[in-house]
Design a protein around this ligand. Structure first.
Ligand code: HEM
Length: 215
């Protein structure tokens, strides 16, 4: 498994797989496969793929630890950047095809419809994460600050789930499935942080770390 995860071609293969939903949209576009309302089709497809890629990205750390596969980390940045790519396509479809590039109308819509407001908030949260995803930015910000900033991905995923839930109105099964996945991943993360802190404070109190003149 380790050989597969560290092989450079695995990354190339995953990159190609991540491009498939986009390629499928282009293919459908050229073959009249986008249904009666192509704008809606593109909007729904790119929205769902954004949420899926956010969940895939959030799965990397728990899977690394639970399955003892540290090399999975090689794919986290790529998956996160694909989430950002799909949300950009989602937003641009809305801005160009739905709102005809009318920024005034877009702002009015963002302010008026709560489901758009929350989606927009999720999008805004992802921008600094995409901009600071490189190794250079980890160095510049320092590991701790970078990690703190990148926890915003959980808020973006929650915003995405609420956006989806408010959009569908009647059949809320899929938003609830994504909501449950994000909740499990968030709870796992909180539990992991709690255990790490407890272990750290336990280590401080242990005899090896006690001052030499302690009773
Ligand atoms: C983290 C960010 C976002 C996520 C995860 C997300 C996800 C989704 C999902 C899953 C849907 C599909 C709902 C369905 O199947 O019925 C959707 C629909 C939609 N989203 Fe987003 N979205 C995000 C950001 C945005 C932004 C920034 C905008 C625009 C400002 C936006 C505008 C829309 C619109 C207009 C629809 C409905 C499309 C239609 O019914 O034709 N979303 N979004």
């Amino acid at each position: 498994m380790r050989a597969l995860l560290t092989n450079k071609w695995t990354k190339v293969a995953l990159f190609c797989i991540c491009l498939m939903p986009m390629a499928a949209l282009v293919w459908r576009g050229f073959h009249h496969g986008l249904g009666a309302n192509p704008v809606e089709y593109i909007q729904l497809s790119t929205g769902e793929w954004t949420l899926r890629f956010l969940v895939f990205t959030l799965c990397i750390t728990p899977f690394r630890k639970l399955l003892n596969l540290p090399d999975l980390i090689r794919f986290r940045r790529m998956l996160g950047l694909f989430a950002f790519t799909y949300v950009c396509l989602h937003f641009l479809t809305y801005l160009i095809l739905d709102q005809s590039l009318d920024l005034g109308a877009m702002w009015k819509d963002v302010a008026k419809r709560p489901f758009i407001t929350v989606g927009f908030l999720g999008f805004l949260l992802l921008i600094p994460l995409a901009l600071t995803s490189s190794a250079g930015w980890i160095r510049r910000l320092g590991g701790k600050r970078w990690q703190r900033l990148h926890r915003a991905i959980y808020f973006a995923a929650v915003a995405g789930v609420i956006h989806y839930y408010w959009k569908v109105k009647s059949d809320v099964r899929m938003p609830l499935v994504y909501g449950a996945l994000v909740a499990i991943l968030l709870l796992w993360r909180l539990g992991d942080c709690y255990l790490k802190r407890r272990a750290a404070s336990g280590a401080k109190l242990s005899p090896q770390h006690a001052p030499a003149n302690a009773p």
